[in-house]
Design a protein around this ligand. Sequence first.
Ligand code: G1P
Length: 295
Amino acid sequence: MKIRKAVIPVAGKGTRFLPATKQVPKEMLPIVNKPMIHYAVEEAVNSGIEELIFVTSSGKEAIENYFDRNQELEAFLKKNNKIEMMEDIQRIGKMVEVVSVRQKEQLGLGHAINCARGLVGNETFAVILGDDLVLSDTPVTRQLIDVSERNEAKSVIGVMEVPRETTNKYGIVDGDFLKEDAKTLLMKQMVEKPSPEDAPTNLATPGRYILNKEIFDCLDEIPKGVGGEYQLTDAINLLCSKDKVFAHIFTGDRFDTGSIAGYLNATVEFALRDKKTRKIMEEIIKEKMKSYNLG
Ligand code: G1P
């Protein structure tokens, strides 16, 4: 069965970016000239996803509007002969089918995913956390879909190696590497934000998952976990005891745009990687190195 749907939770309050996020959803903050959420949606579309399910909360309407057509803006750009710009804007509105569901209480990532149950139905689906951007030739979600398709359409968690001392920021997986695939593990367990001493490995997920429908029964069964929230990690851990679950070390560079430091880093890096902005950013860096005596 083709994986057609992706769930992107966007209900969070974005408190780390206040006051900017008082009125503007965190997901709409730009990295260079595109809102953060654009990159996550682009990853989904380039992975073959046809329908996006946003799990939203009040005040997040700008996200849905962004992926809708804006006829008035299109007409304005056309009238002013800005055809290329108009086509770019049009393309965003036609990128993908978007539906949304409200998460009425902030009870954790597990709860957010469970809110999408009715819209996902019985299909295997992807989950993409927009706070983490991953740049790679083959989009990371596509890499995970490929592993799922090679392994009886089972669930697959995207993981990367992180420094030991940072395991308490992530969901950490444990398992045995497959003989035939040195980057894929059959999972034994998954733990949410363990301390470095308790972490079974240093393989962490930056929020990329392929999940089959069995996850929903697990989400119904788990108690509240770390931080008093329903954790997706706990449901995946339960799923490991009922079904085969894989973890895959993906290829790509990951940026944590959920923190101010990560956001600044991504802004500089994305500007350097885009040929339209590379020269400008290089000049800025050189000038700042000189004027602040950094070098
Ligand atoms: C969430 C997940 C965690 C995952 C992380 C990736 O945590 O619960 O397992 O590793 O996203 O960013 P959060 O960062 O929302 O606390």
